[in-house]
Design a protein around this ligand. Structure first.
Ligand code: 5GP
Ligand code: MG
Length: 180
């Protein structure tokens, strides 16, 4: 796998330090509130597994899975929830965790579902990566690990064609691998 990576954008050690910082901030910000972390499958699970172990307050955990019909490296306008959280979110303070905020379509759609349909009191968002330059809908992340440039990245949960999620760092794939 390493041989498919052109360069490493965020090393394992930097991810670990940043995730610990975010977890500590979340613990302070949500102290005394009913926190439910909802992670987006599949890309958010590696980040999720690390960040919840830096959260030191009581919390519930659930999952959602959004799919969008687009090409293989971007999301399209059509985001639907194919897995809906199964716990009662009514009145809960939800922290939505995902790997990356790109156009914003996924988080905008999922946040709206969690509040409008499932009755969450509040939805905030936490992403490991933010590609601000790519935003098409007005969403901001409340907790961001790293701002990244406009390149396609893999690793630490992020895939290309469902591969590379298990890389422990964030890297840029060699372009010939996804342009063919
Ligand atoms: P958005 O709806 O914000 O455009 O896209 C969010 C989703 O697109 C992410 O959950 C992720 O699955 C995918 N995505 C966006 N940028 C990248 C990227 O650079 N690499 C990978 N692997 N997935 C990305
Ligand atoms: Mg994804």
């Amino acid at each position: 796998m390493d041989q498919d990576i052109e360069r490493v954008l965020v090393h394992e050690r930097r991810i670990r330090d940043r995730v610990a910082e975010l977890g500590a901030r979340i613990s302070r910000d949500y102290a005394g509130k009913d926190l439910t972390v909802v992670a987006l499958l599949k890309g958010g699970v590696v980040f999720l597994a690390d960040i919840i172990r830096s959260i030191s307050i009581p919390m519930d955990l659930d999952f959602a899975w959004a799919s969008s019909y687009g090409d293989r490296t971007t999301s399209s306008g059509n985001v639907v929830l194919k897995v809906v959280p199964d716990t009662n979110l009514r009145g809960r303070h939800v922290l939505l965790v995902d790997d990356i905020l790109d156009t914003g379509r996924t988080l905008a759609r999922v946040s709206a579902e969690l509040t409008d349909r499932l009755g969450a009191a509040e939805v905030k968002t936490c992403v490991l990566l933010d590609k601000a330059a790519r935003r098409e809908v007005p969403v901001h992340a409340d907790y961001v690990g790293f701002e990244v440039e406009n390149v396609f990245v893999v690793g630490y949960g992020l895939d290309f064609d469902d591969r590379y999620r298990n890389l422990p760092y964030i890297g840029v794939l060699k372009p010939h691998l996804y342009s063919k």
